[in-house]
Write a protein that binds this ligand. Structure first.
Ligand SMILES: NC(=O)c1ccc[n+]([C@@H]2O[C@H](COP(=O)([O-])OP(=O)(O)OC[C@H]3O[C@@H](n4cnc5c(N)ncnc54)[C@H](OP(=O)(O)O)[C@@H]3O)[C@@H](O)[C@H]2O)c1
Length: 328
């Protein structure tokens, strides 16, 4: 299988915190659209299109599917059929932290769960090691030291090259980073939910991560598809909101549509789709290493990639975005 020889010239790569790793400005996540319920020929095309356009970073988790585990299995199969010989050009991530199997050892953040889950993920992916292993969410009932030392030991065992944290609030991210520093296993990256519509990360987290030299990859940058033009005229039958799977149709209120329409007009004036502007708006912040998009097919991914054609915003445009988002 061959890929576009120009792929590394069309994608900007950004340094991940103070590490030696660079990530593509746009990375691809496999939370939805890569499970056994999805069409293999479609997601295979999406993955090939991604790599052809310089996307080297693919983000998975133990529970991605549905059913849980199937995204890893499907990705592992395509790795072997289509990406043979390219493993060292790829930066692959998986996670554990949400419910994966029944009983007391299949969830949260114990050493037992993290070690067993990564073992299972590697088997599904048919890999010897993963590049980034994340703790997917903080666990209020396991000492932070236990979780962090398990992550650090996983790196020492050679089963992961780097450690990441996801959904950790600023104060806990700082504590976790300090423990990992002591263990000589610095946290590479943090994965928060961040978009024009979800801006909690701006309050403290981005500042803490910048100080700690930890990279940032923003998940759900399109707010699961809300920050596109697809819901402006109702709910299309093939959309995530129509499936009521994580994105509920009740989230699409008349007030939100007014905001999205105004943002869509502004995107049009910039020569972009709303999805492209939403991605560019995140990448304007130098602290963002990468924007982690989802895509139901290669066409959506190609559309999102065009965000890279215009990443600059005038102060007037930024002010207009703020005033649109502030309207109630
Ligand atoms: N760490 C965590 O806790 C966590 C949680 C969630 C996600 N993530 C990661 O973040 C990744 C992305 O999350 P996400 O899927 O919510 O991201 P997203 O980019 O906000 O939403 C993706 C969805 O938006 C729609 N879309 C994408 N590109 C489009 C385009 N150009 N034009 C129109 N519609 C477009 C599609 O929805 P339709 O199917 O409706 O067309 C697509 O499935 C996940 O795959 C996962 O890797 C991590």
């Amino acid at each position: 299988m061959t890929f576009n020889p120009n792929r590394y010239n069309v994608m900007p790569y950004r340094r991940c915190g103070r590490s030696g790793i660079h990530l593509p400005a746009i990375s691809l996540g496999l939370w939805q659209n890569f499970g056994d319920i999805d069409q293999k020929s479609v997601f295979r095309d999406t993955l090939r299109t991604a790599f052809d356009h310089g996307i080297t970073h693919f983000d998975l988790a133990n529970n991605y599917g549905p059913p849980p585990g199937s995204a890893e299995e499907n990705f592992g199969a395509i790795l072997r059929s289509d990406f043979m010989g390219y493993r060292d050009e790829l930066l692959l991530a998986t996670k554990a932290g949400y419910t994966m199997w029944s009983g007391p050892y299949g969830d949260w953040g114990s050493r037992k769960y993290l070690m067993a889950s990564l073992h299972q993920s590697l088997q599904r992916l048919k890999l010897d090691y993963i590049d980034i292993f994340y703790h997917h969410r903080p666990d209020p009932n396991t000492p932070l030291e236990e979780t962090m030392s398990a992550l650090s030991d996983i790196v020492r065992q050679g089963k992961a090259l780097y450690i990441g944290l996801s959904n950790y609030p600023a104060d806990l991210a700082k504590k976790a980073a300090a423990i990992l520093q002591e263990l000589k296993c610095p946290c590479l990256i943090h994965q928060p939910k961040y978009s024009m519509l979800v801006r909690t990360a701006e309050e403290e987290l981005l500042h803490v991560l910048d100080e700690e030299g930890i990279g940032v990859i923003a998940f759900s940058p399109l707010a699961q598809g809300l920050l596109t033009n697809k819901y402006l005229q109702g709910i299309p039958t093939d959309s995530r909101a129509s499936r009521e799977h994580f994105l509920k149709s009740t989230a699409i209120t008349p007030e939100l549509i007014i905001k999205l329409s105004a943002l869509n007009d502004l995107a049009g004036e910039r020569g972009q789709s709303l999805a492209q502007m939403a991605i560019a708006w995140l990448l304007k912040d130098r602290r963002l290493t990468s924007v982690l998009v989802g895509a139901r097919n290669a066409g959506q991914l190609l559309d999102s990639l065009k965000a890279l054609d215009n990443l600059a915003f005038s102060q007037g445009e930024l002010d207009r975005i703020e005033s649109i988002l502030a309207t109630t």
